[in-house]
Design a protein around this ligand. Structure first.
Ligand code: NAP
Length: 677
């Protein structure tokens, strides 16, 4: 059976016989994959002209809700994917990361919509004042690119690998062509069929290639984005493609990585941390058969504890039941294929030139319910390299399987040097309860790592583990790890958007950004904004309140009510050497007094006030000064309609000014406002 590709809005079977795909456990042929006959340039044109306009015109809220709907749809069908996933050699626990971890990325990015406005684009950072009188300002906007994201993925996570990326480009408003590694693409294809069948995504949002994508990067254009996960060699070849270089197409590279885990010198046998360390290493060596980009390849151990670690780890690895991943007792399944087993063996041979194998065998593996002649099985292999400062291989050869090397160190500086010798890695961990060691190590290793986990008893129960990249934290590492950055919440979304500096008057920039810019022209309103429904409020709409003179009594009373008796509000004799000339009114009082001026007391569409975004007290207010408020609609975000009242969030700019017209305090308040409908 030939797997189909999803191209130009339909399922298309490629020409020719195709590449055979094998069940990693039984060795049986599962099907064939071919993309022959597909026109990549046409597919990319289709994404750019059909999928892109639909997605980029949707708002962040709409795109986020679309992801949530898709996540719920796929979650209902997850058991189907678990069944197919066994054929990749994965146990149920391995598949959980791939399937539910992948769907989790959709949920996490769906929730991320709350950090964006109700627009297809967003405003990045703060306004830049570019003129003396404030009539000319600068800002930055982020708009969805008008191209297509090309995702070229590795074989180890057929579902997570796709979903962690498409969740982000879809939230950003860009379509994608997904190219999973051929060997495990049958699992990607299974979930992709459901994605399409759901009808949740607009036409042209996603296309799928099951088979080779050689030549695809020859057709990219400058509005496209390429993300690549795989080996450094393939990554380099694609990244240095002349068309990619000429058109300056962003290329996010996630390559192989020699990740480390350090045992702190304090974490001696008998401590909770020592046991945590052993557990973490065993888990990272055996889960997904060590075929994880984040797996621990270097076990960095204080010299005097090497033997203890070797014994403790040996005991744990001995207990690992290997075999048919469908069996409950099996903890480690098969590698993705026989080719992978051969590659891993070759790498171990390279490593063992200067290291000893202290656990496991290349010749034999005890299996439960499986046949080593048919399936892609191997034993976990633990190596010991006694001279890591004199061997390059342990810092550069990645055996992408259940393989790890112990390397000894003396003192924290050596530990840092050893982890940094990987030349840039995705992540590393240190297991220590010593705060000083944790700090010194983290600051020394951060330059060479994308993520650092500091593990000890305090976070033992809830930590997410060395090997788990999280949707809201960046995943990627410098140097050898590719220099890429993906996921990471808003940071990841930015990769699919163009950041543009915009300049003009505050009034014009208010219109462009749909966010009131300080100094912009006000729009007068007869009706108080608190009396208007969400739909009827306009950005820039302003009321100027009546005024109030602040008195000594106000300051004394507020001190008594709040119990805030800070000397600057109470002690006239303590002001020498401060910036105050007289007893100053409490900043919180000025804000409260402002609320007294701008709040419309009658019941209306405003349901509640739920906080402040920014607040600054910019000029002291003394007794005798008079304040008033300019209350302006700054930004609006509609909310998902649930069973309750339809509503949205309105941010108001509260500009409190004195009798000279100068601002004394400025804040953004958040209110929840009812919709008419
Ligand atoms: P690979 O051989 O480099 O392949 C990666 C992807 O590139 C596959 O989808 C492959 O497709 C595709 N590809 C190869 N040549 C291509 C070309 N000329 N044009 C377009 N696409 C092309 O790597 P792999 O063996 O699948 O994965 C294992 C490696 O990935 C390991 O070294 C591991 O460390 C690394 N990895 C890194 C991360 C990370 O996040 N940093 C994550 C997972 C894995 P075909 O399958 O069709 O050849």
């Amino acid at each position: 059976m030939k797997l189909a590709n999803y191209a130009l809005g339909k399922w298309i079977t490629g020409d020719g016989e195709g590449k055979p795909l094998y069940n990693a456990v039984t060795g049986n042929v599962l099907g064939y994959a071919t993309t022959k006959g597909l026109d990549f340039a046409e597919m990319m044109h289709y994404s750019r002209t059909v999928g892109n306009p639909k997605l980029r015109k949707m708002t962040f809220q709409e795109r986020g809700l679309m992801l949530k709907k898709l996540a719920l749809y796929l979650l209902e069908r997850k058991n189907k994917y678990y069944e197919i996933s066994y054929a990749t050699g994965a146990t149920r626990a391995d598949s959980w990361v791939d399937i539910e971890g992948g769907i989790g990325n959709l949920f996490a990015n769906a929730s991320l919509r709350r950090q964006y406005p109700d627009q297809p684009y967003y405003v990045d950072g703060d306004m830049i004042k570019s003129s003396k009188n404030g009539t000319f300002i600068g800002h930055h906007i982020m708009v969805p690119k008008r191209g297509v994201a090309i995702h070229i993925n590795a074989f180890n996570f057929p579902i997570w690998g796709m979903l962690e990326k498409v969740a982000v480009n879809l939230l950003a408003g860009m379509p994608a062509i997904v190219k999973p590694a051929t060997i495990t693409c049958f699992l990607t294809e299974a979930i992709f069929r459901d994605i399409i069948a759901s009808g949740i995504l607009p036409e042209g949002a996603l296309q799928l290639l099951c088979g080779s994508a050689r030549g695809i990067v020859d057709h990219v254009m400058h509005q496209d984005v390429i993300t690549f996960t795989g080996s450094a060699d393939t990554g380099l070849m694609l990244k240095s493609n002349p068309n990619v270089l000429r058109k300056n197409v962003p290329f996010n590279l996630e390559a192989d990585s020699l990740n480390s885990c350090v045992l702190g010198e304090d974490a001696v046998p008998g401590t909770v941390e020592f046991d945590l360390f052993i557990k973490e290493i065993r888990k990272e060596m055996t889960s997904k058969c060590g075929q994880k980009c984040t797996a621990i390849r270097k076990i960095v151990v204080p010299e005097k504890l090497v033997e203890d670690v070797q014994i403790a780890l040996g005991k744990q690895l001995q207990k690992t039941v290997i075999g048919d991943p469908k069996l409950k007792e099996v903890r480690m399944g098969a590698l993705a294929g026989k080719v992978q087993v051969e590659e891993v063996r070759e790498r171990i041979m390279e490593l063992s030139k200067n290291s000893d194998i202290v656990f496991g065998s290349l010749d034999a593996v005890d299996l439960v319910g499986a046949d080593s002649a048919k399936g892609a099985f191997m034993s976990p292999i633990l190596l010991l390299n006694k001279n890591p400062f004199y061997d390059e291989a342990v810092h550069s050869v990645e055996a992408f399987g259940p393989v790890s090397s112990i390397v000894p160190y003396k003192g924290i500086d050596e530990a840092i040097e050893l982890v940094n010798k990987s030349g840039g890695a995705l992540c590393c961990s240190i297991v220590t309860a010593d705060q000083k060691i944790a700090r010194e190590f983290t600051l020394g290793a951060a330059t060479h790592h994308g993520r650092i986990l500091i593990l000890n008893e305090e976070c033992a129960k809830e930590n997410t583990g060395h090997g788990s990249p999280l949707p809201m934290l960046i995943h990627g590492g410098p140097g050898r790890a590719g220099g890429g950055e993906e996921m990471g919440g808003k940071r990841g979304v930015a990769h699919y958007m163009q950041r543009t500096a915009i300049q003009g008057s505050p009034t014009i920039l208010t219109e462009v950004t749909q966010q009131y810019q300080y100094g912009g022209k006000y729009k007068d309103t007869v009706l108080h904004p608190f009396q208007k429904h969400f739909e009827d409020l306009e950005i820039g709409e302003t009321i100027i309140t009546h005024k109030r003179t602040i008195t000594e009594t106000d300051i004394v009373n507020f001190g008594n009510v709040s119990w805030d008796h800070f000397y600057a509000h109470t002690d006239e004799t303590a002001l020498i050497g401060t910036t105050f000339e007289k007893r100053v009114a409490h900043g919180y009082f000025i804000l409260s007094a402002a609320a007294g001026l701008f709040v419309h007391p009658a019941k209306g569409p405003v349901l509640l006030n739920y906080g402040l975004d920014e607040c600054r007290f910019v000029k002291p207010v003394y007794a005798g000064m008079t304040i008033g408020v300019r209350l302006t609609v700054k930004e609006k975000t509609s909310q998902e309609v649930k069973d309750d009242i339809p509503k949205g969030i309105v941010r108001f700019l509260v500009d409190v000014y004195d009798q000279t017209g100068e601002t004394v305090a400025i804040a953004t308040i958040l209110t929840m406002v009812k919709m008419r409908g």
